[in-house]
Design a protein around this ligand. Structure first.
Ligand SMILES: NC(=O)c1ccc[n+]([C@@H]2O[C@H](COP(=O)([O-])OP(=O)(O)OC[C@H]3O[C@@H](n4cnc5c(N)ncnc54)[C@H](O)[C@@H]3O)[C@@H](O)[C@H]2O)c1
Ligand SMILES: [Zn+2]
Length: 393
């Protein structure tokens, strides 16, 4: 019997281009023109989210001028609705495939996608699967997509009622964080998206956390300078983790950037995706902070400091869905642990905090402790509502 095996190392050199600018398509800007020229592609297809066009009606014209300047032919500009509902079925993905086919877009062409995290995820999945992958240039337009999701290497849509069940890892050709888009978001979207900055600060960078403590009031008021600095620092921490953390396509079991996400994804599902990702992450993060204290890893004084920053910036810390029970009387959110493990594969790995910027991984969570944490979160939230009747999360 012949048994031969060759384990051939395969390395794919890749560059993750992450850019920061203001007015990427304004007449004086060369950034996008240079990126297009460097790639050598000759055709482009553009997807813009409707709500972005509503605020930036001149955008389509500016994009076509930019492409012309780079000598790239415009196949079409497609404008579609975004938001989480764009991820709840495959319509937008199919629209991408059709437009690629109609527009004679090949693997050396570009797809430019301008929109929030949900729109980027759905269009990104269409781009990654058409012809097995067309070059994608992402232009994230929300706080959350600029400080986290847009600078990552994942895309996807929801399926079977579960978050991001369909999707792929695909390094975009470039990400351009254009800060001008941050200022047309509604206040809630603008603020809540900073939760991913708090998350990455707590997991990776205690100095950045202290900066957020010092600038919490400015961040709460949407101060332009503070918002931009926060988004940029967060984006670079995320991008550096992906490029230097040793596991860009998440083959192992450790997911530090998913701190607080096991409960968050379950809460989104329990809300039938009416709760935004940022809102859910905020509650999930706070649960894991409280749990870190309960399990003896995090000093309570640090959790109080985190809680105060969250209150100042306006991050929600509780929702009734956390206390929802299934038919057997068990807390519904607890099923999120196994769903999280199954989605990521491997061994359940949950990150808990030891300090701001220092963490530990555990492989099980105590359900009684989770229950006690949720009770204390609920009590605290009721106390907050009593002392501040006009505050709405
Ligand atoms: N791929 C990843 O690695 C990754 C990581 C984290 C989160 N995500 C996903 O990102 C999504 C959340 O992204 P999000 O927070 O950007 O939400 P979102 O995409 O739903 O956008 C929020 C709202 O802002 C609107 N909007 C977008 N840009 C705007 C602008 N410039 N001005 C005015 N309105 C604007 C949208 O139409 C939407 O109504 C979730 O689906 C989440 O699962 C993906
Ligand atoms: Zn997230």
């Amino acid at each position: 019997m012949l048994n031969e095996r060759f384990d051939l190392p395969l390395q794919i050199p890749m560059t993750h281009r992450v850019c920061f600018t203001r007015g990427a398509f304004s007449p004086g800007s060369e950034l996008v023109v240079d990126l297009l020229r460097e790639g050598g592609g000759r055709r482009a297809l553009v997807f813009i989210e409707q709500s972005v066009v509503d605020h930036w009606p001149q955008l389509a014209h500016e994009i076509s001028e930019t492409l012309a300047k780079a000598d790239v032919a415009l196949a079409a500009i497609e404008i579609h609705e975004g938001g989480e509902s764009a991820k709840n079925d495959e319509d937008l993905v199919r629209d991408v495939w059709s437009a690629v086919e109609r527009g004679k877009i090949d693997r050396h062409s570009y797809i430019l996608c301008i929109g929030g995290g949900a729109f980027l995820d759905a269009v990104g999945y269409g781009a990654a699967t058409a012809h097995r992958g067309v070059r994608l240039m992402r232009f994230p337009t929300t706080t959350l997509s600029q400080d986290d999701s847009g600078v990552g290497v994942k895309n996807g849509i929801n399926c079977f009622g579960k978050k991001n069940w369909i999707g792929s890892f695909a390094v975009p050709y470039a990400v351009v964080n254009d800060f001008q888009f941050l200022f047309t978001q509604d206040e809630t979207t603008r603020q809540i998206g900073l939760i991913e900055a708090l998350k990455v600060a707590l997991v990776k960078d205690g100095t950045f956390f202290e900066w957020m403590v010092d600038h919490a009031n400015q961040l709460a008021l949407g101060n332009e300078e503070a918002l931009i600095e926060c988004v940029k620092r967060s984006a670079l921490l995320h991008a550096r983790h992906i490029t230097t953390g040793g596991d860009p396509f998440e083959m192992g079991s450790s997911r530090p950037l998913d701190f607080g996400h096991w409960a968050a994804h379950k809460l989104e599902q329990l809300s039938a995706f009416s709760m935004s990702h940022g809102h859910a992450v905020s509650i999930g993060l706070w649960l894991d902070v409280i749990y870190s204290v309960k399990s003896g890893y995090l000093p309570e004084i640090v959790s109080k400091k985190i809680g105060r920053v969250m209150e100042t910036i306006g991050f929600p810390q509780y929702d009734e869905l956390l206390s929802q029970r299934d038919a057997t009387g068990k807390l519904a959110v607890v099923a999120g642990l196994e769903e999280f493990r199954e989605h990521l594969g491997g061994r359940l790995t949950i990150l808990l905090l030891q300090a701001a910027g220092k963490s530990v991984e555990v492989h099980a969570m105590n359900e009684n402790w989770i229950e006690e944490c949720i009770e204390s979160m609920r009590d605290h939230s009721f106390a907050m509502i009593e002392s501040s009747k006009d505050r709405v999360y």
